[in-house]
Design a protein around this ligand. Structure first.
Ligand code: ASP
Length: 341
């Protein structure tokens, strides 16, 4: 395997756009994210930073190995996301945030840009790797989205690994829930009991709220795919589903345009149908990837009061990774084997 050259780019206040100059056939690209606004630099210890970097590198390597040997974008994004789901560092799979009721409810989606087939699951509590279940929905059922106990039953029938809900517990996320609850009760006091809320989890402390994972890829055959997996937002209320499993909001792929995986305050990404809108701007208005992703992330989402970011790769291998939060874990690797985290 080619050796990886990793460059650590500290992400405070940066909104890097990486572009390359088109991809001839045989070239491939993988981009991953570990969530927007997760841990602010001031709260990051060197050990923690190392752990995040190692997990992101591992995810990139897994996808790279597949793409380099001629594998599909779909396999690569699934493999990369699965590794991040298995890491307790990210808000997906093991390490997912807690709901208001102290549960871990997971959402995930995957999309094949070649066929426009898509699969998603929402509000599941026992599927070890939600991204695999999303893929099973896409490939083994006649549906696009399955939720809750039904999705769990289906995953079990498909032979996917089922775990006790306690598997997803991490002390870090549990403490995050306690902090979010405190902020909530403080807010309620300030509202003098009027309980004015917008009906969505308010991202007070960004450290606690976000951390979704995702991957997008262009393979050697010119096919695009996107995958996203999340525990949602800390302290989310009963039955809340975010943008991640909603095809076109948090996840989208189309060989004619690009593949996209989003992270951030999901309600805004749903309302703006962010991922599909980026694709539409490219398809119908001929915008390039940078123009289209900036329009949504730097303009539309913040204008509406939301925040977050996305990763995207277009059919020529151009990469965009804009965000409007304090930080976002991101990395990419191309056919030359050079990775940037
Ligand atoms: N977008 C996710 C959601 O709203 C949260 C995240 O990106 O961390 O469920």
């Amino acid at each position: 395997m080619k050796s990886f050259v990793f460059v650590l780019v500290l992400f405070i206040g940066l909104s890097t756009q990486a572009q390359n100059n088109g991809a001839a056939a045989q070239k491939f690209t993988l981009v991953i994210h570990g969530g927007a606004g997760t841990i602010l630099k001031k709260n990051m210890t060197p050990e923690r930073e190392k752990a995040y970097q190692a997990a992101l590198e591992q995810a990139l390597q897994a996808g790279y190995t597949i793409l380099n040997s001629g594998g599909t974008a779909l396999d690569a994004v699934e493999a990369a996301v699965k590794i991040m789901e298995d890491s307790p560092l990210f808000n997906a799979g093991k390490g997912a945030v807690f709901t208001n009721e102290g549960r871990n409810e997971l959402d995930a989606a995957i999309m094949n840009g070649k066929t426009l087939e898509a699969g998603a699951i929402a509000s599941v509590t026992t599927i070890k790797n939600p991204i695999m279940a999303a893929r099973a929905v896409m490939e083994k059922s006649e549906h696009v989205m399955m939720i809750g106990p039904g999705a769990e039953k289906f995953a079990q029938q498909q032979g996917l690994q089922i775990v006790d809900p306690s598997y997803f517990h991490t002390d870090d996320r549990w403490r995050g829930l306690q902090r979010a609850r405190e902020q909530d009760s403080l807010k309620t006091e300030l509202d003098h009991g009027s309980k004015k809320t917008t009906g969505v989890a308010q991202p007070g402390n960004r450290d606690d709220k976000y951390g979704t994972v995702g991957a997008v890829a262009l393979d050697k055959h010119g096919n695009l795919a996107a995958a996203t997996s999340t525990g949602g937002m800390t302290n989310k209320k009963f039955g809340r589903v975010g943008d991640v499993p909603i095809i076109g909001a948090g996840t989208y792929a189309n060989n004619a345009t690009c593949a996209i995986s989003c992270t951030g305050w999901g309600e805004f990404f749903i309302r703006l149908v962010v991922a599909k809108t980026v694709s539409d701007l490219m398809e119908y208005k001929n915008w390039n990837l940078k123009q289209a992703t900036d329009e949504l992330i730097m303009k539309k989402v913040p204008q509406l009061g939301g925040d977050g970011g996305l990763i995207a790769v277009d059919k020529n291998g151009n990469v965009a990774m804009p965000f409007n939060t304090a930080g976002m874990y991101r990395g990419y690797i191309k056919s030359d084997g050079k990775a940037v985290v």
